[in-house]
Ligand binder design. Structure first.
Ligand code: MG
Length: 359
């Protein structure tokens, strides 16, 4: 089989309320990979808030497509490595890996369609379903909005909910957690996310004050570039630390594991290198009994979670648009099941393509 062309487009997908008080829209760089067998693979990479999207598209067009056109799409490992090694002047963090991920995702879609199997079967089927955690609770929300959002997830059977920390006044954050715990009771797990807002000392202070609330995890305490500082926080607080949404490739995750920076890793399939690399990261983590709970993109991450022994949770963001997909992922009894359609099984709805495509 040969790749005969790749069509790239940009979609700006608005978020619903109240997420849109934080990020008005996310930008998708979409790669449609055409083959001489008549199979088309859909790849895409999502830039939260649209930051960096035009750079990812330019990198794809200038540096990636010349490598991919004419290659055999079933040689996924070889194409991944060619994309990785092609460029020695940009480290594979950030923009280049977003671009590589879009191609890798489209290639697995082609392979699945070629053999008429869903991607999770090809990766090594393991779990029929994975527990969902509801995610949201941005700093712009009131406590009542946070509780209402958590209750909406609970109504779908979810037993895990995450909201944000990072208000400048430390005491206000503790109050937020106390109120949410009181409102939800003890049968719902609470996860918190500091989004890199604090230094080590502040995180340790906050983390220790929060220990009495029995939190499930404490996410991204410090700037993601400073792995040792994350490890310092993890060693000092009794709440398990989660991190990794801003990490790239097996090398980045190796550093997190080596430093004992987290007990939960949050690879983002659009940032870490696609299905191929997320599997490698997951297996590396399994050897250390570190669990995987991917960042966003549940409709693709679910294939990896369904194929690994160390799957923890799949993240579903409140306010995600419900008209984006032909077959949206469904939550039943607080769990998500991977689709049985061939490939990754996701297709943008015709309406969404018409409404959200910029060019
Ligand atoms: Mg996060």
């Amino acid at each position: 089989m040969k790749i005969t062309g790749v069509t790239i487009s940009t979609m700006a997908v608005p978020n619903g309320p109240p997420v849109n008080t934080y990020y008005a829209a996310n930008t998708y760089i979409v790669t449609r990979i055409e083959t001489d067998a008549g199979i088309e693979g859909l790849g895409y990479t999502m830039l939260v808030g649209g930051m960096g999207a035009s750079a990812v598209r330019a990198y794809l067009e200038d540096s990636i497509l010349p490598l991919v056109i004419g290659a055999d799409p079933l040689q996924i490992g070889a194409i991944w490595q060619a994309m990785y090694e092609n460029d020695r002047g940009l480290r594979k963090k950030g923009i280049p890996v977003y671009a590589m991920s879009a191609i890798d995702i489209g290639l697995w879609d082609i392979l699945g369609k070629a053999v008429d199997r869903p991607v999770w079967h090809l990766l090594g089927a393991h779990n029929e379903r994975v527990p969902v955690y509801g995610s949201g609770g941005f700093l712009s929300y009131t406590i009542d909005e946070i509780v209402a959002e958590a209750e909406a997830f609970r109504a779908q059977g979810c037993r895990h909910y995450k909201f944000k920390l990072g208000l400048p006044n430390v005491a206000e954050n503790i109050d937020r957690v106390r109120h949410v715990r009181e409102a939800l009771g003890n049968d719902m797990e609470i996860l918190v996310d500091a989004n890199q807002r604090w230094d080590v000392a502040t995180n340790i202070r906050v983390g220790r004050m929060l220990e009495e609330f029995g939190l499930y995890w404490y996410e991204e305490p410090v700037l993601a570039d400073n792995v040792q500082q994350c490890a310092d926080v993890a060693a000092a607080i009794a709440i398990p630390v989660a991190t990794g949404e801003n990490e790239y490739t097996r090398y980045g995750f190796r550093d997190l594991i080596d430093a004992r920076a987290a007990q939960y890793l949050n690879p983002d399939i659009h940032r870490c290198g696609g299905f191929s690399e997320m599997m490698k990261i997951s297996h590396l983590a399994a050897a250390y009994d570190v669990k995987i709970a991917p960042h966003l993109v549940p409709e693709l991450s679910i294939h990896v979670l369904a194929a690994i022994p160390n799957a923890a949770l799949v993240e579903v963001l409140a306010g995600s648009p419900d008209d984006l997909w032909e077959h949206p992922p469904t939550i039943a009894d607080g769990h998500m099941a991977p689709p049985d359609r061939p490939g990754h099984g996701m297709t943008f709805s015709a309406d969404a393509v018409k409404r959200y495509t910029l060019d």
